[in-house]
Design a binder for this molecule. Structure first.
Ligand SMILES: [Ca+2]
Length: 221
């Protein structure tokens, strides 16, 4: 809760006219409530990669030409979700900029509805948010909530089939998202769109692909 009397006294001491006092109070309030994490603020992130020569390259059996000499590569990344801001979707602040934040209703943000969600997943309770009042900017903090985490495992196998000392054919198979994990985007956050508010309706735009398998052959000479 802001100390409006103190704000008014300070503004008065600064010589501001009464007509400017409300603007001054709003400006200070806006700055305080717009302080929050950047959209890229993933609190935890772990990534690793590897290149491993599988055994069998030096075995005496002719099978070494088939099952020996393969190389196993991989990239794994895990990161916690990114912040999102629940917005009003309506310029109730009347400042001509359509990014007003929503207003908290007091309902439990995480008490998601028990009704079925068609082609979507409930992530937060839409009843916890309402449009901001006229001539206010809303009281939901910027980036106050975090979206779902991300897990990605990519792997590949490759082997060089030497034709002579200077040329070879490289065979490769690559799996992207090999475990076919579902990586979701953040939920829909505009209060004026009640049909999607609080629901996740898509996978992550950059890492949300399902498992993808591809083969390759490369002739090096
Ligand atoms: Ca606005």
């Amino acid at each position: 809760m802001r100390d409006w009397k103190a704000v008014t006294l300070r503004a008065g001491a600064a010589g501001l006219q009464p007509a400017k006092l409300l603007f001054e109070a709003r400006r200070r309030n806006l700055i305080a409530q717009d302080a929050g994490p950047l959209d890229q603020d993933h609190r935890h992130r772990f990534t690793t990669s590897w290149v491993l020569d599988l055994p069998g390259a030096n075995m005496e059996s002719p099978l070494r030409h088939v099952i020996g000499g393969w190389q196993w590569t991989g990239v794994m990344q895990f990161q916690t979700g990114r912040p999102y801001t629940v917005t009003s979707g309506t310029d109730n602040s009347l400042d001509g900029i359509g990014n007003d934040r929503a207003k908290l209703t007091g309902a439990d943000v995480w008490a998601v509805p028990t009704t079925a969600c068609a082609n979507c997943i409930w992530y937060f309770n839409p009843a916890a948010f309402a449009p901001n009042d006229l001539r206010t900017f809303g009281n939901v903090g910027k980036g106050a909530y975090y979206g779902p985490s991300l897990h990605v495992w990519d792997m590949g196998l490759s082997k060089n089939f030497h034709l002579n000392t200077s040329s070879y054919v490289q065979a490769k198979v690559e799996f992207f998202n090999i475990f076919n994990m579902v990586n979701l985007d953040i939920p829909n956050t505009a209060v004026n769109n009640q049909a999607t508010l609080g629901r996740i309706t898509r996978t992550d735009p950059s890492s949300g692909d399902p498992r993808i398998l591809q083969f390759g052959l490369k002739f090096v000479f």
